[in-house]
Write a protein that binds this ligand. Structure first.
Ligand code: ATP
Ligand code: MG
Length: 269
């Protein structure tokens, strides 16, 4: 099992961000993490990445506690894309992506043909080959997000943690990134956990979904079971419904904006 979390709890000061979170991730599985703002998605990903030490419970990567793994060993097993990554702005796209290989290159920073191939593949897969020499400062928000995705991909780890990888992307690039995620899981057996706000994209791409509310796991199962649970409406406090769009395709959540507008107007003094 690439990732196993059990009874995971995280407290920031006096605030509980995650309570008894659990997750098991198989090779080649795509797990979607959904939930309202502040529900604990990033906290869960940071805990799995070994970046915050949970106050309770455990995270295992390949059967070993994540906090016991040396940094380079962990980086070969697991790649993590933060929600708001930060890098020196004068770095170029290619330099950033090269950094993704740090766990693979030797002490003298000699890049092997395999490293170069991984870097080229990551740039190509995110459509950034032509922008490789641009500095991060000169990129649009979506281009910069793709550069960070490329850096995580270049790591070629068997576990990929993505915190809202499509939040700044236009619809075309969203589809490209989700396709890439799908191919990585199916063709290379990469196990992926992805925090994502678009419920329909999560339903379409993920094998399993974890739904969080205020740090508590409300649902853990396949998309079809989530659609029938009524939990989306309750947890996000929206009116809407799941509609079948095509045989074999995930149902589509249709939120009713008109009802919301009228509710909003009614509640005004
Ligand atoms: N470093 C921190 N120190 C204190 N509180 C934090 C910290 N990071 C997050 N929190 C709090 O923990 C809770 C969970 O935050 P988290 O970032 O995990 O939410 P999220 O589900 O990723 O939200 P979003 O959809 O906005 O990204 C929130 O109440 C947040 O305010
Ligand atoms: Mg977050």
């Amino acid at each position: 099992m690439p990732v196993l979390c059990s009874d995971l709890s995280v407290v920031y000061g006096s605030r509980r961000a995650l309570t008894d979170f659990r997750l098991s991730l198989q090779p080649g599985e795509i797990r979607g993490l959904i939930g309202p703002n502040g529900s604990g998605k990033s906290t869960a990903l940071q805990s799995i990445a070994g970046l915050i030490r949970p106050t309770g419970g455990r995270v295992e990567i390949d059967g070993r506690p994540v906090h016991d793994l040396p940094r380079r060993t962990l980086a070969r097993k697991l790649a993590y894309l933060p929600q708001q990554p930060a890098a020196p702005e004068d770095m170029t796209v290619e330099q950033l992506v090269r950094q993704g290989r740090f766990a693979h290159v030797g002490l003298f920073r000699r890049y092997s043909p395999e490293d170069e191939e991984a870097i080229g593949w990551a740039l190509g897969g995110t459509g950034l080959t032509a922008l490789a020499d641009r500095s991060l400062r000169e990129l649009s928000g979506g281009e910069r997000q793709r550069a960070w995705i490329a850096a995580a991909l270049a790591q070629q780890a068997q576990v990929l943690l993505l915190d809202e990888p499509t939040s700044f992307l236009d619809i075309g690039h969203q589809v490209d990134v989700l396709d890439l995620v799908h191919r990585l899981s199916r063709e290379r057996g990469v196990a992926i956990v992805m925090a994502i706000h678009d419920i329909n994209q999560a339903m379409a791409v993920c094998d399993a979904i974890s739904l969080l509310r205020q740090g508590t796991l409300m649902f853990d199962g396949p998309p079809a079971a989530l659609a029938g649970s009524g939990l989306i409406e309750t947890v996000f406090q929206v009116q809407g419904r799941f509609i079948e769009v095509a045989d074999g395709a995930a149902p589509h959540f249709d939120v009713s904006l008109a009802q919301h507008r009228s509710r909003h107007h009614q509640s005004r003094p």
